[in-house]
Every structure is written in structure tokens, then in C-alpha cells.
Design a protein. Structure first.
Length: 279
């Protein structure tokens, strides 16, 4: 039996690729984007998000099996923060009642390797506090300064990965049987990155920030297939994760040890034990 998917950002890039793969498999796909798909919606405004979610749920007959949230921007303007964060979180909250009617509801979002780059903490905090007025004020100031304008994008992606981790184990999501996860791509060859990757200088800059030793830059299908698995019935227990599908960039940037931050207490305890053995 086919499942009903709602995909934001379905007109291009990763969203379009995911929609094409699912449609070819016989699944029902309801696309959401500015134009050219089933639901024309502006995810940069609260009214647009709510209207798009309501229309998508209506087209689905009131029951949605999975949402893949791909819609996003990377321009150095405040609208990037609004679309990348609220365009996902508020849309998902609005369509969540339709998800709860599914026998196997699933949600996956697109974050980014940029979430590990330097961010402006005040913008991340405002996003996570759902304070869109403060977000607009902070992002507007950031956009006016060339030193911070390009930090709007990584700040929005850091916030979305933190939101997924915060919300996934709650009663509203895990308690309702809805796995909530994100995927963090490396450099994906899409219309969003086409101009940047067109020059030697742009490619060198990109690779300095996102080194990808495995197969270099990736096609959108590499992310689409992972998003599809995360929203499949087979994913019964993966929740709250941002999965780095990035050609090894995470491993290069963070190194081999991402666990020892939590070892201090046991180190002190073990020191006490060994000291007692020596007495």
C-alpha cells in the first residue's frame, strides 16, 4: 500500500529528487514550494506556512504518512533564517495533526554541514525561542555587515538541528510515535550551489569549509535516499539525530573523538578508586 508524502522545497534540488524517486516507487507525493507543484506556499511568513500546511493536509485527505522538509535558502538576508527554521518548524507543527492519523508517521528535515561552522549565538537562541521578531532584528543587523551576513545560514541550520534534538524525544513527537530526524549534507550540486561551484575560487572556498574526501561533491539523490529511509516504515527507532551524509566532512572537521566530553566524571571516580587501592 502506498504512503502519502508531503515534501517542501519540491520544485528543485533535493526535494524535487526525493519527490521523483518516491513517485517512481508508486508513493503519493504532495509537493510544496513557491510555484510549480501541488501547493504554492510562501514559507517565509507565518500565514504562508499555516496555509500551505492546511492545503497539503487537505489534499492528503487529512492523513499524512511522512513529511520531508527540504525548503531552504542560503542568501545572506533575514528571509533565510525565517524559511530555514520557521518554514520547517511551524509548518511541521501545523501539519502534525495529520501525521498523528497515520499508522506509521515519519518526519525528516534537511540541516547542513554548515551547522558546525561558526554561528551568532543570539540568532540561534532567538530561533529556538520562536521569537521571529527578534530573529528579524538580529538577522537584519547581521545582513548589513559583510563579516556576519553569511553567518545567517549556518546559524539557521545549527538551530534546526538543535530543534530536532530537543523536540524528537518529547511526548508530542516520540510519544505520538513520530520519529523526527535531520540529514546534514555536505556540498550538494543543486541550483542553490551552482553559481558558487562554477569557479575555481568558489570550489576552493567551499572545499576549505566542507572537505569531502569520499567522492567529493554529491548529487541530490545521495541525500534524497537517506531522507526517504528515515521516513520509511523501516525506521522505527532512529530519533533526534542529525545524520551527516557528507563525504567524510564531519569526521575531518571534528576528528575521531566526539565522545570524551562526557568522561570527566568517570575519570575522577576511577582516580578515587585507584587511590583507594594504593592506601
Amino acid at each position: 500500500m502506498s504512503r502519502t508524502y508531503v515534501i517542501t522545497g519540491a520544485a528543485s534540488g533535493i526535494g524535487r529528487t526525493a519527490a521523483e524517486i518516491l513517485t517512481a516507487r508508486g508513493e503519493r507525493v504532495i509537493g510544496v514550494d513557491l510555484q510549480g507543484v501541488d501547493v504554492s506556499g510562501d514559507l517565509s511568513t507565518p500565514e504562508g506556512r499555516l496555509a500551505a500546511a492546511e492545503e497539503a493536509a487537505g489534499l492528503a485527505g487529512g492523513t499524512v504518512d511522512a513529511v520531508i522538509a527540504c525548503a531552504g535558502l542560503s542568501i545572506p538576508k533575514p528571509i533565510t533564517a525565517s524559511v530555514n527554521f520557521f518554514g520547517m518548524t511551524e509548518f511541521l507543527e501545523a501539519i502534525r495533526p495529520a501525521l498523528t492519523r497515520s499508522e506509521a508517521p515519519r518526519v525528516a528535515l534537511v540541516s547542513s554541514m554548515a551547522s558546525m561552522q561558526p554561528v551568532v549565538p543570539s540568532l540561534v537562541d532567538a530561533l529556538l525561542a520562536d521569537d521571529e521578531a527578534a530573529v528579524d532584528e538580529i538577522a537584519t543587523r547581521m545582513a548589513e555587515d559583510p563579516r556576519t551576513a553569511n553567518v545567517i545560514y549556518p546559524s539557521s541550520k545549527r538551530a534546526i538541528s538543535r530543534w530536532v534534538r530537543r523536540e524528537a524525544p518529547t511526548e508530542r513527537w516520540a510519544g505520538a510515535g513520530i520519529p523526527l530526524n535531520a540529514v546534514a549534507p555536505g556540498t550538494v550540486v543543486t541550483p542553490m550551489t551552482k553559481e558558487l561551484l562554477a569557479s575555481d575560487e568558489g570550489r576552493a572556498l567551499t572545499d576549505a569549509y566542507v572537505p569531502m574526501p569520499l567522492n567529493s561533491h554529491q548529487g541530490p539523490e545521495s541525500i534524497a535516499h537517506l531522507l526517504i529511509w528515515l521516513t520509511s516504515i523501516e525506521n522505527s527507532h532512529c530519533a533526534g539525530q542529525t545524520i551527516y551524509c557528507d563525504g567524510g566532512a564531519d569526521a575531518v572537521l571534528r576528528g575521531e573523538d566526539v565522545w570524551s566530553w562526557n568522561d570527566a566524571t568517570m575519570r575522577e571516580t576511577f582516580a578515587e578508586i585507584t587511590a583507594g587501592l594504593q592506601d
